[in-house]
Design a binder for this molecule. Structure first.
Ligand code: SF4
Length: 454
């Protein structure tokens, strides 16, 4: 064992769930006495928290690993860990590919890092990918922000979208109890956090696996009930949640969001395709008509709500006409932000085995055309902010212009304005918008809102 302080470095790939897992694993390592090292080459423990949603995400980790595996030959006490979705997907095979690895652990094991690492430090090479019930973790996550925080509410996913690797690598749905979620939020409120994002791969499934039904036969615990239950947590000014599923997105939830002042009017509802045949082949469980009705209902209750989504182009068998149905939906709805991706066949998913795969040329051509439309529509949508007063939660300094601070509106629009981060960090500031761009705004500060108590 080295006498100098033991250091760790975590590199995180992929989604918010992975970022939240990395924060918790960092908290566990600091609890064990490790210190954060900004430079991975100064760390004794290297952890890659990986993503396998698309092939290029998976390939990224291998190049990083290669470098550290070489380093391990000169520094045998270096500990190499692969966590997250590639670890779950590959398991033992990763040890064959990178024999220098010490620990391969799936996302369900994030909270067990202490035990697993102690076994490694006892000289074992460990693979932890068996399905487990995720234990509540009391360790304090080492959070990247001191203003906004992720709070997991449900792990895993029981859906079977034919392109998606998530259910295979994150397992079945496991909801946390409302009490555990509220306790974590109360703690965050005491620590001065102002905004919380409730997280779930399919957050509308929250509570389905928890016991209890209402007299009407509905699940006792749902996302809507959770929002009412945690809305008055002291100190928390804003609530967000992601990721929604159109199949389960209810008017009851929309009504609650309109009623509850702390719930931000921003909804992330992936639609994936605008064509019903493709939606059927994806096993998404809704039609483009149903999706449009959801957005209409959101806008009926909250006309200014921000809508973001995810879309996949080039799904196996997708014809030009079916792709144009996706373009038409994007044209009609006008998203504030749309994450777009070309279909990438993933191991263990049904669609990857289908023989009507499209060429990379067709996929990248469609991706380009969709991105062009997305930018046009986002620029159109941004126009509504010009001249308005928007409330911005200040999160950080603008790294490109140190005279400015940055934060987001309730509608999740990144906004920049002149200000001193030491004064304004964590403050809600009313900002008059003077300049708009497709995905961000600039303005002038008008007034700092005094935090409301619960
Ligand atoms: S809802 Fe579908 S796309 Fe989303 S994580 Fe579950 S299986 Fe994947």
């Amino acid at each position: 064992m080295t006498t100098s302080p033991r250091r760790y470095h975590i590199t995180t790939f992929g989604c918010q769930m992975n970022k939240a897992d990395s924060e918790r694993m960092a908290g566990i390592l600091e609890d064990m006495g490790f210190e954060w090292s900004e430079d991975p080459n100064q760390a004794n423990v290297i952890l890659y928290n990986t993503c396998t949603i698309r092939d290029n995400a998976e390939q990224k980790v291998y190049s990083y690993l290669g470098r550290q595996a070489k380093r391990k030959h000169e520094q045998p006490d270096l500990t190499l860990i692969v966590a997250g979705c590639v670890a779950q997907q590959e398991g033992e095979a990763l040890l064959r590919r990178v024999p220098e690895l010490d620990l391969v652990m799936g996302p369900q094991h994030a909270n067990r890092l202490k035990d697993l690492l102690e076994s490694v430090l006892d000289g074992n090479q460990v693979v932890a990918t068996e399905a487990v019930h995720i234990i509540e973790d009391i360790t304090k996550p080492r959070r990247d922000s001191s203003v906004t925080a992720w709070v997991n509410v449900i792990y895993g996913c029981n859906e079977r979208c034919t392109y998606c690797v998530v259910p295979n690598v994150r397992g079945v749905e496991q909801s946390r109890t409302p009490e555990a979620i509220r306790a974590e939020m109360v703690e965050l409120g005491k620590q001065g956090y102002k905004e919380i994002t409730l997280l779930g791969q399919n957050i509308d499934a929250y509570g389905r696996d928890l016991p209890g039904t209402t007299p009407e036969g509905r699940h006792l615990h749902t996302l809507t009930d959770l929002l009412y239950y945690v809305h008055d947590v002291p100190g928390i000014e804003r609530l967000r949640f992601a990721t929604s599923h159109p199949r389960y997105f209810t008017e009851r939830l929309i009504k609650a969001c309109a009623e509850l002042p702390k719930v931000c009017e921003h909804f992330h509802i992936p639609f994936q395709s605008g064509d019903n045949e493709i939606l059927k082949a994806m096993s998404r469980g809704y039609t483009h008509e149903k999706y449009r009705r959801i957005i209409d209902t959101v806008r009926r209750y909250m006309p200014d709500a921000s809508i973001s989504a995810d879309a996949i182009v080039g799904f196996p068998g997708e014809t030009e006409a079916q792709f144009e149905n996706t373009l038409q939906l994007v044209e009609d709805i006008g998203f504030d932000l749309l994450n777009t991706a070309a279909y990438s066949p993933r191991p263990g998913t049904p669609a990857a085995l289908w023989d009507n795969q499209l060429s990379e040329e067709v996929k990248s051509d469609r991706l380009q055309r969709l991105n062009h439309l997305v930018n046009l529509k986002a620029a159109e949508r941004s126009q509504r902010y010009l001249g308005r007063i928007e409330e911005v939660l200040v999160e950080d300094q603008n790294l490109k212009d140190k005279t400015q601070v940055m934060g987001r509106t309730g509608g999740n629009r990144l906004t920049f304005f002149t200000g001193d981060i030491n004064e304004l960090k964590g403050q809600l500031v009313k900002v008059k918008i003077t300049e708009v761009r497709p995905f961000s705004l600039t303005g002038e500060p008008v007034e700092v809102r005094q935090a409301i108590t619960a």
